[in-house]
Design a protein around this ligand. Structure first.
Ligand code: A2P
Length: 339
């Protein structure tokens, strides 16, 4: 198998580190790994398997004549907007974890279990969806294939790692301060996150929805290839380090029973069903940390409507919600000889 030169942009961040880990764990066929971050991290060494790789400063020339084939970006939307087109111009395939290009018509927005065929339409940049969208569509797609989904009502319980390493540190330091009756310092979130829930992720728009909620609506429709699905989201930040949980209610065109839903989801790629309430078995974020799958439980028929189902969907947001999905896109391209 050919060996590739792969770059991770934002290599010192929460998702960047997970990308490095995932490339190694899944034995992605790279011959070298280039790590980029800001000037602050220049020269910093990161362990990659047995070796240590020095972090390089991301500059406008980073991709010129670099022979890099894949660049996994997770350094924020502003960096993506500036540097991803430069990389693409230098024949690098960019898999971008930011929101910068997700809704661009020219940019495929891909979850390999759902719409892998969209990858081949790329023009240098492929977008990785938002973490809460990824785990939801992995669970929705097999049910959609059984009966078209008309409406989704989703409430998310999103961990702090989705907001980066500094946000994780903020939960830790606030928790310690709270337990010691010391002063709580607020920086990354609008309010104290320790021992709290914040019903705001991203800025609010005129209609009262947050940016994160808008992403869930628009991205789900694009990935599923159905502009008609009605989606009503509420996104909430909770004091969990890793793993997003979602309460998902769907209405389908025809009835799917709990038994049928269980059978469909058990066979679905990337899904593990954890559902046995008699034994108190349901997915928990602490159990999903470091795992690849999307975990689904509490599957129930919604008796308040004709064709409704409720479920509880949990996944590691740094992994399937970000790093793993990006690596799976690259793997698909290697497998299908698209690079
Ligand atoms: P750095 O550590 O040098 O600031 P997180 O979301 O976990 O906070 O991570 C953000 C990532 O984006 C980090 O790797 C960070 O690098 C990187 N980053 C931030 N600003 C820039 C920039 N101007 N150029 C390149 N990388 C950046």
């Amino acid at each position: 198998m050919s060996k590739y030169i792969v770059a991770v942009v934002g290599a010192t961040g929460a998702v960047g580190r997970e990308m490095i880990k995932t490339l190694l764990q899944r034995k992605f066929p790279f011959k070298s790994l280039r790590l980029f971050a800001s000037s602050r991290s220049k020269g910093f060494k990161i362990k990659v398997g047995e070796r240590e790789v020095e972090v390089e400063e991301l500059t406008e020339d980073s991709f010129t004549n670099s022979k890099i084939q894949f660049a996994l970006f997770s350094a924020g939307a502003d960096r993506s907007k500036k540097f991803a087109p430069l990389a693409a111009k230098n024949h690098v395939v960019v898999i971008d974890n930011s929101s910068a290009f997700r809704m661009d018509e020219d940019v495929p927005l891909v979850v390999p279990e759902v719409n892998p065929d969209d990858i081949k339409n790329h023009k240098g940049i492929i977008a990785n969806p938002n973490c809460s969208t990824i785990q939801m569509v992995v669970a929705l797609k097999p049910l959609y294939d059984a009966s078209r989904i008309r409406r989704v009502v989703v409430t998310t319980f999103q961990s702090v790692s989705g907001a980066g390493l500094k946000a994780m540190n903020e939960l830790r330091t606030q928790s310690e301060a709270y337990l010691q009756n010391a002063q709580i310092v607020i920086d990354k979130f609008p309010y104290q996150i320790a021992f709290n829930c914040i019903p705001q992720i991203g800025d609010f728009m005129e209609d009262g929805y947050s940016k994160e909620e808008e992403k869930m609506v628009l991205e789900t429709r694009k990935i599923m290839g159905d502009k008609e699905i009605r989606i009503s989201p509420t996104t909430v930040r909770v004091p969990v380090f890793t793993g997003h949980s979602e309460s998902v209610n769907i209405e389908t065109e025809t009835k799917i029973t709990r038994k049928e839903a269980m059978a469909i989801l058990k066979k679905a790629p990337g899904v593990t069903v954890v559902d046995d309430v008699e034994k108190l078995k349901y997915p928990l974020p602490i159990d999903c940390e470091g795992k690849d799958d999307v975990f689904v439980g509490r599957i129930r028929e919604d008796n308040s409507v004709e064709n409704g189902l409720n479920m509880w969907v949990v996944s590691d947001n740094l992994r399937k919600g970000a790093a793993l999905n990006a690596v799976q896109i690259a793997e698909h391209m290697v497998k299908k000889k698209l690079v």
